[in-house]
Write a protein that binds this ligand. Structure first.
Ligand SMILES: [Fe+2]
Ligand SMILES: [Fe+2]
Length: 289
């Protein structure tokens, strides 16, 4: 199958559409939480940001979908917009049910080129998902919250995995359509977009730290899963989870590979013990081993 071909488009769109799961967030098996679990859930400082991100995702994807001429691609992107809006609905339900304090803000939509906005959003999702895979695994294994709640979040993470596989293929397909499909050119474009995504993520973390000043989450609630936490351990979990989750997809389709390769390089460097000093200053207990 040639990347960028009509067959490629059919395959990545059909895979995405047929793997869509119908469910109503209100109908999920929401568990009753005891006092400790409620306290932990409420102490997580980023629910407001996550809700905002999902609402913004839904708005960007829906706005871009409305501009697509190709009916199959439009159907797939519209479906993604629906799933993003459902993520926001799921979070809203969780916030209400468990009394989490999170203020809802209307999303600001990027002006200008919607293809670029969708691409920026897509690479941001690839980065968030890669990190989220590892953090989710570590948190779930630690039993920080009841497993029934992780099972609900699993629904959301699985959909994000489908989104990033769809996105990477969409990106390659539309680059090929514009005569920019050479692998080196796609790689160079990805580096640019990932750099911007990392910049946005760092800005969000910085804003979050300032907003949560005085609420020392990491020193109290998160000590449950930060015990024994190392930067290397986190990267290893992200890498392993990424590989495990990608196994369920059509192997002929493209998969995000920039971050896994970057992780491999970082891990190789850490194993050679050439970079312990560079990891100093990373949030959490970083030992650089
Ligand atoms: Fe989402
Ligand atoms: Fe998504």
């Amino acid at each position: 199958m040639k990347i960028g071909s009509e067959e490629h488009k059919e395959r990545f769109c059909r895979e995405f559409i047929t793997s869509h799961c119908r469910f109503d967030p209100a109908g999920l098996a929401w568990p009753d939480l005891d006092g400790t679990a409620l306290e932990r859930l409420r102490a997580i400082p980023f629910w407001q940001e996550v809700l905002y991100t999902e609402r913004r995702a839904g708005a960007i994807v829906a706005a871009y979908a409305a501009t697509i001429n190709d009916p199959l691609v439009r159907e797939a992107v519209t479906l993604q917009g629906f799933e993003e809006a459902r993520h926001a609905e799921l979070l809203r339900l969780m916030i209400k049910r468990y009394g989490v304090v999170a203020e809802e803000r209307a999303p600001e939509l990027p002006g200008g080129n919607l293809v670029r906005a969708f691409a920026d959003f897509g690479y941001g999702e690839c980065l968030d998902a890669f990190l989220g895979f590892g953090v989710f695994k570590i948190a779930r294994r630690s039993g920080f919250l009841p497993d029934a709640l992780f099972e609900i979040f699993e629904t959301l993470i699985h959909e994000e995995t489908r989104h990033i596989v769809f996105f990477i293929n969409w990106m390659a397909w539309q680059q090929a359509a514009r005569g920019r499909g050479a692998p080196w050119l796609r790689g160079a474009t990805a580096v640019g977009y990932y750099s911007r995504a990392m910049g946005r993520l760092l800005a969000t973390v910085w804003r979050g730290r300032r907003a949560n000043d005085g609420r020392d989450f990491s020193a109290t609630q998160a000590s449950v899963f930060l015990d024994g936490f190392t930067f290397r351990g986190l990267v290893e979990e992200c890498r392993a989870e990424h590989a495990r989750r990608m196994k369920g997809f059509d192997p002929d389709l493209l998969q995000p590979h920039f971050l896994p390769r970057l992780a491999d390089i970082a891990l190789a460097a850490l194993r050679m013990r050439i970079s312990p000093r560079r990891t100093r200053g990373w949030p959490g207990k970083i030992e650089g081993n």
